[in-house]
Design a protein around this ligand. Structure first.
Ligand code: UD1
Ligand code: M6R
Length: 365
């Protein structure tokens, strides 16, 4: 089943040009998005007061990556809930809400309990899942199967990118009645079409990421700074590193840097800064300057051709990635971090597909 790969995680990372293609198959036609599972419910969703995203772990991070473009394309306020935290707080969920549950397996206990809670409170419940016939798929009012194919590695990789793409199509479908955003929607649809080939291109960084991993093998900790569309990339990259490579890692909002994390910076702690082109680029350039002036050990992810724009004196290590529509960039940017987590794990001698203490599907609370 692993074919020419050593591990399922490795196979699933490299499968992403294909899994993203199957996620979109039959759903993008003549510049329109067709999601059979949402068609009948789009009017209700457009009228809702709020979209609440609910999930755990990587699925929560995928929803966080979707939040900016869902807000932008629909104009509906979006809030985020970690499933267990919503339950702990018994947070407010109303009839006028659209609650979107994101889960690869569709069987995560916390997510399903949050679903029961949202159903009791009368919200419209939408599922985004990889598993046809799962409890989530059956109990939600409607939803989208992401069709990424079976994911075996405990670390979620291809499901993450397919979840983001499924939510991009959902946002496009909800916003499709708005004339003012038509040009933006067209640009995103063309970005989606070119995504699989951009993913093939970014996967060519494999050897470079292995080399980077070998330089980090003895580090105790790794920070990842992102913002805007790529705040989620920072959280998800750090989650991959801690989950499989068993290395402490934190994803952080770059805008929060001066409010505490800056105190950690020295010449030893490796810090990845995501600084690909989007509206936040110049803010990330100044974050890099501030980290360098404190002698930070930086690894900067930037758009192709931007190496000297992000680090003019050559004192950072640079990862150059292909550019896509800004809101889809998280799909590209996570891939070098998945590769890095994979190689770090192999080099550190840990079990890639079955990390210590973890289960693929967390079916108990
Ligand atoms: C469906 C078929 C697909 C077929 C296509 C042809 C299934 C599972 N899918 O795909 O094989 O090629 O029509 O037009 O038979 N749903 C939920 N909650 C979820 C996920 C989905 O309620 O979390 C519901 C949807 O609202 C929908 C149904 O399940 O009623 C199928 O969803 P999906 O597979 O995404 O729909 P299509 O893409 O139309
Ligand atoms: O099946 P789900 O998407 O609901 O699972 C949620 C989390 O348990 C899962 O994403 C977990 O964080 C992964 N092991 C991360 O790689």
């Amino acid at each position: 089943k692993k074919g020419s790969y050593d591990h399922f995680m490795q196979k699933e990372i490299h499968e992403q040009p294909h899994s993203l293609t199957t996620t979109m198959r039959g759903r993008l036609k003549d510049g329109e998005v067709l999601l059979g599972g949402l068609k009948e419910h789009l009017k209700t969703i457009r009228r809702c007061r709020r979209v609440v995203f609910i999930g755990c772990g990587t699925s929560y991070n995928a929803a966080l990556a979707a939040r900016p473009f869902v807000e932008e394309l629909t104009g509906i306020p979006v809030t985020m809930e970690v499933a267990s935290d919503l339950l702990d707080r018994q947070g407010p969920i109303y009839r006028e809400d659209t609650a979107v549950f994101v889960s690869q397996s569709g069987e995560t206990a916390d997510t399903l309990l949050a679903l029961d809670y949202a159903l009791e409170n009368g919200a419209l419940c939408v599922g985004i899942t990889n598993t046809v016939g799962s409890t989530l798929s059956r109990k939600t009012h409607c939803g989208v199967h992401i069709n990424a194919g079976c994911e075996i590695g405990v670390a979620s990789t291809k499901a993450y990118t397919s979840q983001i793409v499924a939510m991009a199509m959902m946002a496009l479908a909800i916003g499709s009645d708005q004339i003012s955003t038509q040009a933006r929607r067209n640009a995103i649809i063309s970005g989606l079409t070119s995504l699989p080939s951009c993913v093939s291109e970014v996967l060519k960084l494999d050897a470079e990421m292995k080399e980077l991993a070998s330089s980090l093998i003895d580090s105790e900790s790794l920070l990842v700074f992102g913002r805007g569309y790529n705040y989620a990339t920072a959280l998800e990259g750090a989650l991959k590193v801690k989950e499989v490579a068993l290395m402490h890692s934190e994803g952080m909002l770059a805008g929060e840097m001066k409010h505490g994390p800056l105190a950690l910076v020295d010449e030893n702690l490796p810090i990845i800064v995501i600084a690909t082109r989007d509206a936040c680029f110049s803010k990330q350039q100044s974050v890099i300057q501030q980290l360098l002036s404190r002698k930070g050990r930086l690894i900067v992810m930037c758009s192709k051709g931007d190496a000297s724009a992000v680090c003019s004196n050559g004192s950072c290590r640079v990862i150059e990635v292909p550019g896509v529509a800004d809101c889809l960039q998280p799909v590209i940017n996570i891939i070098p971090l998945q590769l890095l987590a994979y190689h770090l794990t192999v080099l550190r001698g840990f079990d890639v597909d079955q990390p210590r203490n973890l289960a693929k599907s967390v079916t108990t609370q």
